[in-house]
Design a protein around this ligand. Structure first.
Ligand code: ZN
Ligand code: ZN
Length: 208
C-alpha cells in the first residue's frame, strides 16, 4: 500500500549519511591510515540471497557472525579472523536434511589506491580499497561459497540409501538384505568375484 507511505526524501538522505548502518561495511576512518593501527570487529550481518551450491546453501538473511581484526599496514588493510555461518542442505548420500554452522578462517589484504601492491597485482588477486568503506560482503561470500562441499553428508560415515529399496541404510536393521532372484545378476556377481587383481574392478565402494 504505497499510498500510505508517501516518499519522504529526508529518510533516504539520512540513510545516505549513515552507510555504516550496513553491517557489511566497515568505516575505514575508524581505523585511520597510520601503520600499526588496529581495530577489532565483532558483529553479525545478514546473508544475502544466492550464497550456495546445489545441495547446500546459506539461508537468506541468516546471521553471519564476524570476528575480525583490521590492521593498518603500509600497503593497505589486513583483515584476519574468523566467521561463523549457518548452512542448510541435504545429504548427497541419503538426502536427509542437513543443518550446520561452519566456522571459517579469514585472511585478506586490501590494497590502498596508489600503493605498490595495487600497482604490481591484478584486481582479482588483491582486493582494492575504494572510498571510506571496506565492503566485507564479497570477502565473506568468497570465503563461504568456496568452502561449501559439493557433496555434503549428514555424517562422515553415512551409508547412503539401499540400492534395492531406497531406504536410508542407517535407519535399517544391520541384517537388512534383499533376495537376489534375477539369475543375470547372480552371474555378473560371479564374474566380478573371479577376476582377481584386475585394476579398476576393485569391490571397494567409491569414495570421493
Ligand atoms: Zn546421509
Ligand atoms: Zn533395502
Amino acid at each position: 500500500m504505497p499510498a500510505a507511505f508517501p516518499n519522504r526524501p529526508g529518510a533516504q538522505s539520512r540513510e545516505d549519511r549513515r552507510p555504516a548502518a550496513n553491517p557489511w561495511k566497515y568505516d575505514l576512518r575508524e581505523l585511520g591510515r597510520r601503520a600499526g593501527a588496529m581495530q577489532e570487529l565483532d558483529r553479525t550481518a545478514p546473508a544475502p540471497a544466492g550464497w550456495g551450491l546445489e545441495l547446500i546453501r546459506v539461508p537468506e538473511k541468516a546471521e553471519v557472525h564476524l570476528r575480525l581484526r583490521l590492521e593498518s599496514v603500509m600497503e593497505g588493510v589486513l583483515v584476519t579472523g574468523d566467521l561463523d555461518v549457518p548452512v542448510v542442505g541435504s545429504c548427497a548420500r541419503c538426502l536427509e536434511p542437513i543443518e550446520d554452522t561452519l566456522s571459517l578462517d579469514v585472511q585478506e589484504l586490501y590494497a590502498y589506491a596508489g600503493s605498490t601492491t595495487e600497482a604490481t597485482s591484478e584486481e582479482d588477486e588483491v582486493r582494492r580499497l575504494e572510498g571510506d568503506f571496506l565492503d566485507l560482503e564479497p570477502l565473506a561470500r568468497d570465503t563461504i561459497v568456496l568452502s561449501l562441499p559439493l557433496s555434503p553428508v549428514c555424517s562422515e560415515d553415512c551409508a547412503g540409501l539401499c540400492v534395492d529399496c531406497g531406504q536410508r541404510i542407517d535407519d535399517l536393521p544391520a541384517d537388512h538384505t534383499h533376495e537376489v532372484t534375477d539369475p543375470r545378476w547372480a552371474a555378473l556377481a560371479d564374474r566380478f568375484a573371479s577376476s582377481p587383481g584386475t585394476p579398476g574392478e576393485s569391490t571397494t565402494p567409491e569414495e570421493n
